[in-house]
Design a protein around this ligand. Structure first.
Ligand code: PLP
Length: 394
């Protein structure tokens, strides 16, 4: 016999993956230039040249035994120090390399944090719309995911809605900003109010409610916007970071967990996170890419193309009458489906080979996600199809 829960996870792929696979099949039939696949969040800009240079240096001049060997379980100390120094320079956060745990991307970071914190009966809150894998990460690592609504006009956090969901079982609140899929960046005043609320609730229930900052899109912001660094606003914060999007390295699986030094019993919480990673069999994050990101601290892929794509899509789609949230960051456009059932709307879009993702599994029925980490040419070619789709609802 096998685990029913794991069977369920393994036998069904996510809606995003299903649409992505459909796109590949469709491209084989009608030609890739005629399929407008906006399904997946794979960066469309290459990693910066510094990444290539770092790889070359490491492979040609580095010690191959060290390069391909195990690092310490938490990651190479030199790499952790380089990252922590850069964070302290940018945010004056006083973070410590001793409280940093290198991981295989944000997915492994989130799983390690959730498993490290979860005790029986614990609840983890996520604001809608949220990355659908949160449901998997939380529910298969000992917690229960609780989805909480936000203010519909701007998708900012609404403390009254949150207050109704927080109780003595609340272990943590996950904050993903810039947000996948809405592209919203939570404002500084929103974060300040959230921090105050969480502090009061932690005192009321007599245990810390942790803030899990899921930050794969931190560097992907437009128009000079600043993303508040959450450990500077709330003490009991654990950051889950990833280089998948900021350095366009999703397949290399590299990121980290950072336990803020201001977390209550930080050393013990950190040990629990490392223990969770050990239990999950992570051993150590990919060694070569630990060294690569260590050499590329402070670097980001050229994101100007994402801003260009955002403007191109937003301006055109709103001119056709679609209702969209203007994204401040990440590379997703969140759009209201033109009928109540977003799945039916996406099926209709398929008629024009427009592949959009319904946001039901993001906790937001009635909306769709459009990933604009694609070539601008594809967007330009797709506009006539969007216009025809809009016309169907006029
Ligand atoms: N969190 C969010 C909000 C994401 O969008 C993603 C990936 O798309 C992840 C976590 C996982 O990222 P990684 O590739 O670093 O595991």
């Amino acid at each position: 016999m096998y685990s029913e829960q794991m069977y369920e996870l393994g036998s069904k792929s996510s809606m995003i993956r299903e649409i992505f696979e459909y796109g590949k099949q469709r491209a084989a039939v009608v030609g890739p230039e005629n399929v407008f696949d906006f399904s997946i969040g794979n960066p469309s800009v290459p990693a910066p040249d510094t990444v290539k240079k770092a790889i070359e240096e490491l492979v040609l001049e580095g010690d191959p035994v060290l390069l391909h060997g195990y690092t310490s379980a938490a990651g190479d100390m030199g790499v952790r120090k380089a990252i922590a120094d850069n964070i302290n320079e940018r945010y004056q956060a006083g973070v410590k390399p001793e409280l940093m745990y290198m991981t295989a991307g944000a997915a492994a970071a989130l799983c390690s944090v959730i498993r490290g914190l979860a005790c029986p009966g614990d609840e983890f809150i996520a604001f809608v719309p949220f990355f659908p894998e949160y449901t998997v990460f939380v529910n298969s690592n000992g917690g229960k995911l609780v989805s909480v609504g936000v203010r519909e006009k701007d998708f900012q956090i609404d403390l009254d809605i949150l207050a109704a969901a927080v109780n003595e079982h609340t272990k943590a609140i996950i904050v993903n900003s810039p947000n996948n899929p809405s592209g919203v960046v939570y404002k500084e005043e929103t974060i300040q109010a959230l921090a105050k609320f969480m502090k009061e609730k932690s005192a009321e229930y007599g245990h810390p409610i942790y803030l899990i900052a899921d930050e794969p899109y931190r560097e992907l912001v437009y128009d000079g916007l600043e993303v508040p660094y959450l450990p500077n606003y709330y003490d009991n914060t654990l950051v889950c970071y990833s280089y998948s999007k900021s350095l366009s390295l999703p397949g290399e699986r590299i990121g980290y967990v950072l336990v803020s030094p201001k977390v209550e019993d930080a050393q013990k919480v950190y040990a629990a996170v490392c223990g969770a990673g050990r239990g999950l069999g992570y051993v150590c994050a990919p060694s070569m890419f630990q060294f690569v990101v260590g050499k590329c601290v402070g670097q980001t892929s050229d994101i100007s193309i994402y801003k260009y794509n955002r403007d191109l899509l937003y301006d055109n789609l709103t001119s056709y009458g679609f209702e969209c949230v203007k994204p401040d960051g990440a590379f997703y456009l969140f759009m209201k489906a033109s009928e109540a059932d977003a799945v039916a709307f996406c099926e209709r879009a398929k008629k024009y080979d427009l592949l959009l993702v319904p946001c039901d599994s993001f906790g937001c029925p009635g909306y769709v996600r459009i990933s604009y980490c694609v070539q601008p040419d594809m967007i330009k070619r797709s506009l006539a199809a969007f216009e025809k789709l809009a016309a169907e609802y006029k």
